[in-house]
Write a protein that binds this ligand. Structure first.
Ligand code: IVH
Length: 675
């Protein structure tokens, strides 16, 4: 092939790949199937390998450089990277606004602000010269940072070359590199599987990923960049408003935050703060506050800086998600399956918006990993609705009388022996249903909304029923009489009638709910559904051999073993017989092998506009597919909507088919699913 033809093809491949990346990472709108993207990338690499003279640093194929560095080079920020003053409440915001208006003298109109989430990541500066990424550096002390170009080049949302041509000759872009929560969870899950050290939070994971000398490691980490401003600008002009500058950055291929808004006046800033604070836990990334910036750049210049922070901006912080407190004691709770969980009793501390006095310590391995002792000062994290966790120990504050945490040698509730299986981190009470803690937990689970849904049978009542010896197992619930209930403390006639009615109603259930309600180890809702679909009725399920159980898409050797143990246990099966004798019943199911997507595993990710993810899942399950939460080699197909992140990346990596919502809807229609 003549080299001009090759050069032309290379140019066109690069342009197409850059466009697709832009649509995917910056606009959040994937346009081409992954297979198409991969084909173009393979072709580009092939041509560049056979024509090395045509290779360029800004080619989309050149994200991972060759040899690891031996150290980070220091760089100087020509325009210093400043920090922000903080506000903690509305009063601080009012004070900020008053200072601002006083300085601006006499201007009575409300000031316009650009409002942006304050991403909790690592501040980074990118320098583009003639549109090509030349250098990426950390903030460091604001004047001197570290050169991390080799690592930043591996981040797909950082363009190696800017789009269009209207950008300044020298453009320094500033922003935050962070790890989305889903990527963080996956990274930690993998680290734990491999017995490696996990990261404390997404911010630490992002920092650790950028601090690698070998860019190949960074390339495997799910990092993203979001831009929030500019530094040095030469040979060109930018618009006069902050928000318009961000729009330019987006046009040039850089990612900006889709939650950014321009508002007028400080009250509108408070509204924005409240709205985002309420949605904080639903965002795919951690934020620790909101940044408010005077939108007009000439006003920014007029206001200037005090020491290391601008007068024209402020960060309103959210309540912290991590705080320090003292570990007062450790108690041991016994769960449904006998698992004994150490629970930290803490000196009450306000964290993540609530007062926390308990946190989970998971298991003995976790206690060992943390190296924590009673009396230690610890860091507690509470993010969203996740149960509070002890994430680390402040080593230099250990008191002389700190005590080691001793795991109990017998069950703290029933005194039965405890055991730790070789393969598990968990210590279990071997008392089974003799143990009152396990009885209570089993009944709570049986009654829960997604199991038998027995309204009115709350934790307190379960506690009373077991403590009074009225109920020892779930079947005995259906033998309760009104007289027995009325004998309980604080139980009125009305509540007793209500509970009996709820029990009556719960007798008519479905097979998947019934299986799930039994609380067999490792059998969650999805597995219960798969089992019900596969076997169609209880008799076939209970009679299934280990091998037959392994034929169910959701069932591996561990689950099959737990199931067989349950079916082989005379006491467990006696409870099932008793439940059925008490009138618990359900309709049998169409066996899954006959369903069109039987044996397939699907993943749904990103935002689905018409259907919603829960509905999408329900439709897939109705067609016999298993719906998984993460992509693996076993995944049959991924349904990806806008905003899909690491799952989509993983699917691409594994060459798993990906379809958009439209294709998915027509597939459902093709199988007669009405929406
Ligand atoms: S503006 C002069 N905007 O917060 C203004 N900063 O203490 C400099 N940050 O180190 C920063 N999100 O890493 C700005 N939307 C945002 C931000 C943001 C996160 C970080 C940034 C900086 C720190 C300020």
């Amino acid at each position: 092939m003549p080299s001009s033809v090759v050069a032309q093809e290379i140019r066109s491949l690069r342009e197409r790949l850059d466009n697709w990346n832009y649509q995917y990472y910056v606009l959040d709108q994937p346009t081409v199937p992954d297979a198409e993207y991969d084909r173009a990338m393979r072709r580009l690499v092939e041509l560049e390998t056979s024509h090395p003279e045509l290779l360029r640093k800004d080619s989309p194929s050149q994200r991972v450089g060759a040899a690891p560095l031996d150290r980070f080079r220091q760089v100087t920020h020509e325009v210093p990277m400043l920090s922000l003053d903080n506000a903690f409440d509305e009063q601080d915001m009012q004070d900020f606004y008053r200072r601002l208006r006083d300085r601006l003298g006499g201007q009575q109109v409300e000031v316009e602000f650009a409002c942006e989430p304050k991403l909790d990541g690592i501040a980074v500066s990118l320098i583009y010269r003639d549109g090509v990424l030349e250098r990426a550096a950390t903030r460091g002390d604001g004047t001197t940072g570290e050169d991390i170009t080799h690592n930043v080049r591996t981040i797909p949302s950082v363009p190696l070359r800017l789009r269009g041509s209207a950008y300044p000759g020298v453009l320094e872009v500033r922003g935050e590199i962070y790890m989305p929560r889903s990527g963080f969870e996956q990274l930690n899950a993998r680290a734990r599987e491999l017995g490696e050290k996990s990261f404390v939070n997404p911010r630490n994971a992002a920092a650790g990923s950028l601090r690698q000398l070998d860019a190949k490691i960074t390339a495997r980490r799910p990092l993203e960049m979001c831009c929030y401003g500019v530094g040095l600008v030469a040979d060109g002009e930018l618009p006069g408003q902050h928000a318009s500058v961000l729009d330019c950055l987006q046009r040039w291929g850089l990612r900006i935050n889709s939650e950014s808004r321009v508002v007028r006046g400080i009250e509108a800033c408070d509204d924005y703060y409240r709205d985002l604070a309420a949605r904080r836990d639903t965002l795919p990334y951690d934020i620790d506050g909101i940044v408010f910036k005077v939108n007009d750049l000439s006003l920014q210049r007029e206001l200037g800086f005090v020491s290391r922070a601008p007068r024209w901006a402020i960060a309103r912080k959210f309540p912290a998600q991590e705080e320090m407190t003292r570990l007062l004691d450790v108690e041991f709770q016994v769960g449904r399956t006998g698992a004994i969980t150490p629970v930290a009793r803490l000196e009450p501390v306000f964290v993540g918006g609530v007062t926390v006095s308990n946190a989970t310590l998971h298991n003995s391995d976790e206690i060992e990993r943390l190296g924590v002792r009673i009396g230690d000062t610890v860091i507690v994290r509470r993010a969203g609705d996740v149960i509070p966790q002890v994430v680390s120990v402040v080593a230099d504050q250990r008191p002389a009388d700190a005590r080691r945490i001793e795991f109990p040698g017998s069950c703290p509730v029933c005194g039965s022996p405890v055991e730790r299986a070789d393969t598990e981190a968990v210590v279990r009470c071997m008392g089974g249903l003799v143990c009152q803690a396990q009885q209570k937990a089993a009944i709570r689970h049986f009654a829960s909304r997604r199991a038998m849904d027995i309204e009115g049978l709350g934790d307190k009542l379960v506690e009373q029923l077991v403590d009074e010896g009225l109920v020892h197992n779930v079947a005995e619930l259906y033998r309760l009489t009104k007289a027995q209930l009325l004998g309980l403390e604080r139980m009125g006639e009305k509540s007793a009638d209500k509970l009996l009615a709820a029990l009556e109603k719960s007798r008519h259930t479905t097979l998947p709910r019934f299986i799930y309600a039994l609380g067999i180890r490792e059998v969650g809702e999805a597995t219960a559904l798969a089992l019900a679909r596969h076997f169609g009725n209880w008799e076939n399920l209970a009679a299934a051999t280990e091998e037959q159980l392994l034929g169910v898409s959701d069932v591996g050797p561990v689950v099959a073993d737990h199931l067989r143990q349950f079916f082989d246990s005379p006491s467990s099966m006696a409870v099932v017989t008793e439940l059925r004798a008490a009138g618990v019943s359900w309709a049998d199911l169409v066996v899954a092998q006959d369903l069109p997507l039987a044996g397939e595993t699907w993943v749904v990710t990103g935002k689905l506009e018409q259907l919603g993810r829960d509905d999408a899942r329900a439709h897939l399950q109705a067609l016999g597919a298993k719906v998984a939460g993460s992509v693996s080699a076993k995944t049959t197909c991924v349904v990806a909507g806008p905003g899909a992140g690491s799952k989509l990346g993983k699917a691409r990596e594994l060459e798993i088919p990906v379809i958009d919502e439209e294709a998915f809807l027509s597939l459902l229609a093709g199988h007669g699913q009405t929406l």
